[in-house]
Design a protein. Structure first.
Length: 137
C-alpha cells in the first residue's frame, strides 16, 4: 500500500499535486507523531492543521469540478465530506479523551490510507475526465 507521495498519484495540476503531497506528509506526520511520541495537545494541533488543509483543498477541488461540470462531482463531494467528518471525529476524541483514543494508531493508519485511496481513485478519475476533455494533458 502506497503511503507516500508518488508520481503515480499526479493529477497533472502542479498546485493540486503540491497540496496532495502536503496532505500525505501531514497524515504521515500524524501517524509518526501520535502519542506517546508527542502529547495529545500536539497531536490535536496536527489534526487541526489537517482539517484546515483538507477544507481548503476540497473547496478548490470542488470549484474545479463545478466549473468542469464533472458528472461524478456529487459522489466525489460526498467522499470529501466523509473524510472531513472522520478527521473531525478523531480530533474530537483527542479533545475529549474518548474511547477511540485506544484505537488511535489504527485510526491514524486508516486516515493515511483513506487519503491515499481518495487521491488514487476519486481525484485521478477527475484528472482522467479533464484529460479526455482536453483541459489538461
Ligand atoms: Fe478529491
Ligand atoms: Fe484532492
Amino acid at each position: 500500500m502506497l503511503t507516500t507521495w508518488s508520481p503515480k498519484l499526479s493529477m497533472g495540476f502542479t498546485g493540486v499535486d503540491t497540496e496532495h503531497r502536503e496532505l500525505l506528509e501531514l497524515a504521515s506526520h500524524i501517524l509518526v507523531q501520535q502519542p506517546p511520541s508527542s502529547s495529545l495537545h500536539e497531536q490535536r494541533a496536527l489534526f487541526e492543521r489537517l482539517e484546515a488543509h483538507l477544507s481548503r483543498h476540497f473547496a478548490i477541488e470542488e470549484e474545479l469540478m463545478a466549473v468542469a461540470v464533472f458528472p461524478s462531482q456529487w459522489e466525489h463531494r460526498t467522499e470529501h465530506a466523509r473524510l472531513v467528518d472522520f478527521v473531525g471525529s478523531l480530533r474530537h476524541e483527542l479533545q475529549t479523551g474518548g474511547p477511540a483514543l485506544d484505537l488511535l494508531s489504527i485510526s491514524n493508519r486508516l486516515l493515511l490510507s483513506w487519503v491515499v485511496t481518495h487521491i488514487n481513485t476519486y481525484d485521478l478519475a477527475f484528472a482522467e475526465f479533464l484529460r479526455r476533455a482536453g483541459t489538461i494533458q
